[in-house]
Design a protein around this ligand. Structure first.
Ligand code: FNR
Length: 359
């Protein structure tokens, strides 16, 4: 783990109410998938190429119609005002300052229009994508998609790995199942069929299917990104449905505890997609070498969830900025050491399994 991220993680742990710290840090079941996400990176090594004259690497990437200054985006995480009073405002400003894409959560404690406004106050062209759980009532899904569009989001990230809520032992033990009364999932306010002033619960349903995704695609002009893909066949189906990017993810180990590490699932998804759309990955990315390993295995970019929350809880906007800047600098440094001119220059032959030789 990057020293800066480790420092911020400790500082966050000391500052947060232990119940909230457990909510942010915890995973499902025995937390096997959570641990494996980080461990999978440790099992691999980067094999540098030498004397390539690559110069200083360009860390920029194109993601749909947006440009990011680095191959690291902010993955959607819930309830930022539980981590810091500035909440999603701080995260949005930090992501915009870093010039990268913020995927803002449907479960944010700040309405999406305020999140995009905070980002745009820092940078006119700040890219914000809206993460969405398809709701059983299509009118609710459409209202959320419409809000995201009006707020100026440039993509919808549909999270598909949550047919039910994950069972998180830490939250059960702590009795943490809801926000304190002074906070709410603000995007869920004033939706069709809900109470006019109060918020609606986010629903998860095992009955949702590709047909619901197709319906949303036809209802919105925004490009769809599918998050939570682990099986290569689902990546192929996503392509058939006109999805514009997929995110390989096990939800940071918070849903199916028996799921593979995100990194272990990446190569098969990359092969299935065969370069037709970008493949992103999140889960366990904690330093620049992790970023570059994912790039070498075919990811266009990675997302970070908990490191951003740790930065936010520890030092607010400044902490999130530190996390993103550190990841950018480390990524550039590792790319240079590997002889890569840019993020696309890394190739799978530059990844070796530790203890097994090279080539
Ligand atoms: C998440 N994640 C998540 N995903 C999503 O699609 N919508 C959400 O609202 C949330 N909320 C959320 C809260 C918290 C506290 C965590 C830790 C995670 C999952 C998130 O987008 C991402 O997949 C993981 O966090 C990536 O793993 P790392 O970077 O945390 O290891």
């Amino acid at each position: 783990m990057s020293g800066v991220i480790e420092e911020l993680r400790h500082k966050a742990a000391a500052r947060l109410d232990p119940v909230h710290r457990d909510f942010f840090d915890g995973g499902a079941g025995a937390e096997t998938a959570l641990a494996e996400n980080e461990r999978a990176f440790r099992r691999l090594a980067l094999v540098p190429r030498v004397l390539r004259g690559a110069g200083d690497p360009d860390t920029g990437v194109r993601l749909l119609d947006d440009r990011a200054s680095m191959p690291v985006v902010v993955s959607p995480t819930a309830f930022h005002r539980l981590a810091h009073p500035d909440g999603e405002h701080a995260t949005a400003r930090a992501a915009a300052a870093a010039g990268t894409v913020l995927i803002t959560s449907m479960a944010s404690t700040t309405p999406v229009a305020e999140v995009t406004a905070a980002a745009r106050a820092v940078r006119d062209d700040a890219a914000v994508w809206f993460q969405l759980y398809l709701q059983p009532d299509p009118a609710v899904t459409d209202a959320l998609a419409e809000r995201a569009l009006r707020a100026g989001c440039s993509a919808l990230v549909v999270t598909a790995d949550s047919p039910v809520f994950g069972r998180r032992a830490r939250d059960d033990r702590n009795g943490f199942h809801d926000l304190p009364p002074w906070l709410a999932a603000e995007n869920m306010r004033g939706l069709p069929g809900g109470p006019p002033d109060a918020t609606r619960d986010i629903a998860m349903s095992p009955r949702l299917s590709w047909a619901d995704l197709r319906r949303l695609r036809e209802a919105t002009p925004l490009p769809l990104v599918l998050k939570g893909v682990l099986h290569p066949q689902d990546a192929r189906l996503a392509l058939d449905e006109g999805v514009r990017a997929v995110i390989v993810s096990n939800h940071g180990g918070r849903q199916l505890d028996a799921a593979p590490a995100a990194l272990d699932a990446l190569p098969a998804v990359v092969a299935a997609v065969a370069g037709r759309i970008p493949v992103l990955l999140d889960g366990g990315v904690r330093c620049g070498a992790d970023v570059v390993l994912a790039l070498a295995l075919g990811a266009t970019a990675v997302g970070v969830g908990r490191p951003v929350v740790w930065g936010l809880a520890a030092e607010g906007e400044h902490g999130v900025r530190r996390v993103l800047e550190e990841l950018r600098e480390e990524t550039a440094h590792v790319l240079t050491l590997c002889g890569a001119a840019d993020c696309a220059a890394m190739t799978p032959d530059q990844v070796a399994v530790r203890g097994r030789g090279v080539g």
